[in-house]
Design a protein around this ligand. Sequence first.
Ligand code: SF4
Length: 287
Amino acid sequence: MPRGLMKGPVFEQVLQAIRRNRGRVKVVVLYHGGEPLLNPRFFDMVGRLKAADPALHVKTVTNGALLSPRAIRKLLQCGLDAIEISLDGASPEENQYIRRKSNTREIVSRIRQLAEMVKRSDSKKPDVYINTTQFIRGHRPPPARPARPPAWLTRRLAGTVTGIKTAFAIQWPGTSAGGEYEVIPAARRKKAARRCDHVMNTVTVCADGSVAPCCYDLTRRMILGHVLKQPLEKIWNNRAYRALRKAIRTGRPHALCAGCAVVGAAGYLLPLKGPKTVAADEPRPGH
Ligand code: SF4
């Protein structure tokens, strides 16, 4: 997967496009599969986006590993509207297994610190959400209802953070289970949808300025343009973008979209390695 921090000229092009489309662009997510707090210019970028349009909702997604006291102070000052922190799995050990070398206990303590400082602040921003992805472990066939937050997170963070969002782990288009997971198809095959909001209402600009079709295309299998070569509006209306939308609309999605839960059935991931834990919403011994 290509990695990198968004360079100044790329951000300037995005900012100019937002200024040109003030009022039409509603939300900016400073995140595309990496760790945004690695970028030393992150807080400045948030401030400039909010200065360009105070009505913009600016949010980010992080694994929380870089939530130092200094970063927490800057998050409160920069104007960020919402931060989503990913903590996954049915136990702290499982989160630790997924996020090698991170310190789950430390991260949870920093999140509590951030959320409590937000409550005491005048702005009450950013909203602090936990994103938690759970495995369907223990559920065959996959459950029809949404995932529930695991006890280890609700015990430590419910009532402190703004909310806990849950999802089951599914296979993303273009990714391989890599011997780490078994892929369990959805119980009932969903009729293929002919609409993808990602290509109708969102645009994904990668750190190097290339434009990808959606947040699922982390490896940039399809590049629709480059903001250092063309204005974003031209890319949005170019032939490749129109062809991708048409393919979805006519029920013949591009190969890129094969296996995508947006237009087809989800394949749920069941881990073959890692800590042996029960499903997030199954009764746990002693609880
Ligand atoms: S349908 Fe295609 S473009 Fe839409 S989210 Fe899925 S992979 Fe991306």
